[in-house]
Ligand binder design. Structure first.
Ligand code: IPM
Ligand code: MG
Length: 350
C-alpha cells in the first residue's frame, strides 16, 4: 500500500532522531511491500527562522493531506529565557494540535526487562510496569484565556473544560482499558478544582457504558507519588492536559530513559507521532541522542495505519537491540554506539 507521511523534524535533535525512524520505516516498506511518501514541512524554531511563523499554513496543509504525521522535537534555548518573545516555537505544536483536533495524547510507559538495572528507580519497584497515559491535549489551562495586566504585575491562565471534551477522551481511555487490564485511573484535583469535579462527574457517566472496566480516582499529588512508589498498579491513566504533561515526564523514568518513550496524538483530523523527549539542544549534531523513542513512535504510526505486523517488527527489533546492548550513552555510559549506529542496527534487524 501507499501512504503519505508528513515529516516535521523540527528543532534540536529532532532531525537526527527522525531520520533514524525513517531509515527503519524504509526497511519496513521494503520488507512488507509498502510505499511511504514523505513530505517534509517546517514547524517550531526552524520555521520561525525561515518564515517568522512557528506553524506556516503550508505545514498545516501538508499534515491535513497526510495519512499520519511523524514529528521530531520542538524548542530552542534562545526563546526559553526570553519572557518577552512574541513568537515561540512551542506555539507551533500547540496550534497544530488545535488545527488537527488532536485531543488525545497517548503515552505508553513500560519497564523493559533488559534495562531494569539501568533505570534510576529500583528494579523491585518498576518490575512489571505497563501502563498508558491518556492525556487530554486541546483543552485546559494550555488553551484557556490568558491575561497580563497592563502594569505587568498580574498574570493568569484559565483552566476550563467542556463536557464533550472530557467525554471523547474518556471513551478512548475506556476502550483502551478493555483491550488491556480493564482499569482506568482518573487523575485530577477534585478536592480543589471545579474543572476536576466536572471531569469526575463526566468520567463516571462514561464509565457506566463499560461495566467490565474498574474506574478509580487519584488526586494528582498522590498520583505523582504512586507513580514512583508502585507504578505497576496502573493500567490506563486518564487525565487533563497539564497534569498529563507533568506525569508523563515523570513516568518516563520508569522505562530507564526519556529517550525510549514514544507517543501518539490522535483526534478528528489526523494523527501525529512523536518521541516525548524534547529538542535536547545541547546534544544537537553530536550523534549521541537516543533514536529509540522516535523509532517506537514510527511503530505507533504503523499501528494507527492498521499495519500491525509491521509495527511489531519494529518493536521486536528495538527489543533485540536493547538486549544486545546496542544502545546510546543515556542507557550505557560505556557504549560507543551513536544515534546513527543504533538506528542502522535496528533497521538491520527488521
Ligand atoms: C509535550 C511538551 C509540550 C507540551 C510543549 C513542547 C508545548 O512538553 O508534548 O509534552 O507541554 O505539551
Ligand atoms: Mg511535556
Amino acid at each position: 500500500m501507499n501512504y503519505n507521511i508528513a515529516v516535521l523534524a523540527g528543532d534540536g535533535i529532532g532531525p537526527e532522531v527522525t531520520s533514524q525512524a525513517k531509515k527503519v520505516l524504509d526497511k519496513v516498506a521494503a520488507k512488507y511491500q509498502h510505499q511511504f511518501n514523505y513530505t517534509e514541512a517546517l514547524m517550531g524554531a526552524c520555521a520561525i527562522d525561515e518564515t517568522g511563523n512557528p506553524l506556516p499554513p503550508e505545514t498545516v496543509d501538508v499534515c491535513l493531506n497526510s495519512d499520519a504525521v511523524l514529528f521530531g522535537a520542538i524548542g530552542d534555548p534562545k526563546y526559553d529565557n526570553d519572557p518577552s518573545a512574541k513568537v515561540r516555537p512551542e506555539q507551533g505544536l500547540l496550534a497544530l494540535r488545535k488545527a488537527l483536533e488532536l485531543f488525545a495524547n497517548i503515552r505508553p510507559v513500560e519497564c523493559y526487562p533488559s534495562l531494569i538495572d539501568k533505570a534510576p528507580l529500583k528494579a523491585e519497584i518498576i518490575e512489571g510496569t505497563d501502563f498508558v497515559i491518556y492525556r487530554e491535549l486541546t483543552g485546559g489551562i494550555y488553551f484557556g484565556e490568558k491575561q497580563l495586566s497592563e502594569d505587568q504585575s498580574f498574570a493568569s491562565d484559565l483552566c476550563g473544560y467542556h463536557q464533550y471534551e472530557i467525554e471523547r477522551i474518556a471513551h478512548l481511555a475506556f476502550k483502551a482499558a478493555q483491550l488491556r487490564r480493564n482499569k482506568v485511573t482518573l487523575v485530577d484535583k477534585a478536592n480543589v478544582l471545579e474543572s476536576s469535579r466536572l471531569w469526575r462527574r463526566v468520567v463516571k457517566e462514561v464509565a457506566s457504558n463499560y461495566p467490565e472496566v474498574t474506574l478509580d480516582f487519584l488526586f494528582v499529588d498522590n498520583a505523582a507519588m504512586q507513580m514512583v512508589l508502585n507504578p505497576s498498579q496502573f493500567d490506563v491513566v486518564l487525565t487533563e492536559n497539564m497534569f498529563g504533561d507533568i506525569l508523563s515526564d515523570e513516568g518516563s523514568v520508569i522505562g530507564g530513559s526519556i529517550g525510549l518513550l514514544a507517543s501518539a496524538s490522535v483526534g478528528n483530523k489526523g494523527a501525529l507521532f512523536e518521541p516525548i523527549h524534547g529538542s535536547y539542544p545541547q546534544a544537537k549534531g553530536l550523534d549521541i541522542a537516543n533514536p529509540v523513542a522516535s523509532i517506537l513512535s514510527a511503530a505507533m504510526l504503523l499501528e494507527h495505519l492498521n499495519l500491525k505486523k509491521e509495527a511489531s517488527s519494529i518493536r521486536n527489533a528495538v527489543m533485540q537491540s536493547l538486549e544486545a546492548k546496542v544502545v546510546t550513552k543515556d542507557l550505557d555510559v560505556d557504549s560507543t554506539y551513536g544515534t546513527e549506529d543504533v538506528g542502522s542496527h535496528i533497521a538491520s534487524l527488521i
